[in-house]
Design a binder for this molecule. Sequence first.
Ligand code: UDP
Ligand code: MG
Length: 322
Amino acid sequence: MGEHQVRWMLSIVVPVMNEEHAIADFLSAVDAALGGAVPELEILFIDDGSTDATLASLRQAAARDPRVRVLALTRNFGKEAAMTAGLDHARGDAVVPMDVDLQDPPEVILEFIRYWRDEGYDMVYGVRGSRAEDTQTKRATAGLFYRFFNRLAETHIPSNAGDFRLMDRRVVEAIKRLPERNRFMKGLFSWPGYRSIGVYYSRPARESGVSKFNYWKLWNFAIDGFVSFSTWPLRVWMYFGAIVAAIAFLYILLLVGRVIVVGNDVPGYASLMTAVLFFGGMQLLSIGILGEYIGRLFIETKQRPLYLIAEDSLTAESSDSP
Ligand code: UDP
Ligand code: MG
């Protein structure tokens, strides 16, 4: 980080989709917490294809407040793509991705800044203390996910850390070099490494509206994340096959021995049937897993852009002015 830099800039990156009722509260909360504490502030909203009045109210906010900048995507690309667009366009010396629903308290950013400015950390991530706002099941499944991921994937992600964090410019530049279409942000954020530290905070319930992530989405999200950071599901079949083959070999010895000793009384329909069905199922399962990776290869090789930008309030302004 720039030690001698006096007028540093902080960018807050906020993906929004149909959040017309959240924006005013968000802006006043951010202003109250950071207004005086940051020499230069950029609040970069990414409108992720909202169908309500979100974009209109963002434009108004940008016209009123020069710190507000609006990037509108051409359609809904999903939160991860929107966040990526934000990281790509943020100009700050440090960047903080944040949800608009005030589940990430802006005051915590002051503590992030302290670790970054005063202690030289490149990455300060928020850790949800109690997760009291989540249901028991959500907490339990989240806990399982982190355990499983960190045991088997190559990148370590800190438990209960969300997207809410501060990243130094160096970290942002490193993340910008990760080209994958599959944006598992927790993994991508952790991938560069650098000096990192966690800060505990308690996460309040959503201010208004409802969460856009249900269990089915979260499950798919977990699979996505895991598959894009680990080849373990491909390798596990090797061990599974070896174990099954070893057991089968012992069983063959047993069968042959029995035929030699007691003769053949044609039993074994049940064992034959179970074996056929079991291996049929296992083969389909392993083909499915192969398919999962091949599908990803297919998507990645197309190299489609992650998002398309319809408008940027910053460049619109500068091209208008003489
Ligand atoms: N969001 C987005 N695109 C989407 C879904 C969500 O930009 O397709 C934004 C949303 O407006 C909010 C943030 O992502 O600012 C987090 O969404 P939400 O609060 O629904 O998620 P949760 O807090 O339950 O993880
Ligand atoms: Mg939320």
